[in-house]
Design a protein around this ligand. Structure first.
Ligand code: MLT
Length: 314
């Protein structure tokens, strides 16, 4: 156990099973920390929600019970509403845009806001790809095809509102309960990137994939701000640098592996479909209904316009 100024062993929670982008970020970060400290720092990794569901790990880190956690950004938003901008549907349209927002001045401001609002500091990012929709029932090409299906979403207001705009009343559920709920047919579908579907073996309980691109999944590595503050300046520097290096690695990892993971899922029997009409119905519904609802929580429409401008869109 750690959580004191002289700790050399830290605990890191990981929401997903070993093998995905969260795991890659976590293992790279801990290797770099070990190197930088000549083996003095060890980070024990606890994948697959062993230390609690992703949202609970934010609380635990905020009060210093946990040192690090890797989790999806949508599970940070309830504690730090301005990071919700990163889950505004159809805002981020490519991995490069995700990189630009997280590594530029906007990302820096979101890091500061999260320290202030949630008591945790984002020190690295896993880039996980677009969240695609999976289900066990039938091919889905339009929002209307979702009729009658029970879809799990994280407890995240923006994502709940997105499904409502598509005509579905989704079921908010913790990540750690999702596999079992899919397996038992309590829910029919969910959305997450290919890499996560693969790491979590969702192909065993889901058949159809719809290649929507509504949210580019970003998965921060957070450190408890109280634990961070207890570290020496040198250790703080190590943590920040290791986070940056692991982030760069994560970006490359996604580029290298995403298409082979997708192919593997197909070979394991998943059926991929593209949304009809270049995704127009999906996009139009959320832009009209969801964006305006959340301007306030992400810091105002001006802030949102500023982000659009940073992405070269007015
Ligand atoms: C969620 O759907 O709750 C998360 O995106 C899962 C994850 O962290 O991979």
């Amino acid at each position: 156990m750690s959580s004191n100024a002289f700790a050399e062993t830290f605990k890191m929670a990981i929401g997903d099973a070993a093998g995905g982008t969260q795991w890659e970020l976590a293992t790279k970060f801990s290797e770099i920390m070990k190197d930088k400290t000549s083996g003095k720092v060890n980070i024990d990794l606890f994948p697959n929600g062993q230390l609690g569901n992703e949202q609970d790990t934010v609380n635990d880190a905020a009060i210093g019970l946990l040192d690090f956690s890797v989790l999806a950004i949508n599970n940070v938003t309830p504690f730090s509403p301005t990071v919700g901008v990163l889950t505004m549907p159809y805002l981020i349209q490519s991995a490069d845009e995700a990189k630009l927002l997280t590594q530029g001045p906007i990302g820096k401001e979101l890091v500061d806001n999260t320290v202030r609002d949630a008591g945790v500091r984002i020190v690295g990012w896993a880039y996980s790809g677009f969240r695609v929709l999976t289900n066990s029932k039938r091919p889905v090409k339009t929002p209307a095809d979702l009729k009658g299906m029970v879809i799990r979403v994280p407890r995240n207001e923006i994502m709940i509102a997105s499904y409502q705009a598509w005509g579905v009343n989704p079921t908010p559920m913790a990540w750690s309960e999702t596999f079992t709920a899919l397996q038992q047919g309590v829910v029919d579908g969910q959305d997450n990137p290919y890499t996560t579907v693969y790491a979590m073996k969702f192909n065993e309980v889901q058949k159809y994939v719809t290649n929507i691109r509504y949210i580019f999944s970003l998965e921060p590595l957070i450190v408890s701000e109280s634990v961070f503050k207890q570290q020496t300046p040198e250790m703080q520097k190590n943590i920040l640098e290791a986070g940056q290096e692991a982030t760069a690695y994560s970006f490359t990892y996604l580029q290298k592996t995403e298409s082979s993971i997708r192919k593997d899922l197909q070979e394991k029997g998943m059926v991929f479909v593209d949304p009809d009409n270049n995704e127009k119905e999906w996009i139009d519904a959320v832009k009209a209904d969801v964006w305006p609802k959340f301007y306030k929580s992400i810091g105002g429409q001006d802030k949102f316009d500023h982000v659009l401008k940073a992405l070269g869109r007015e």
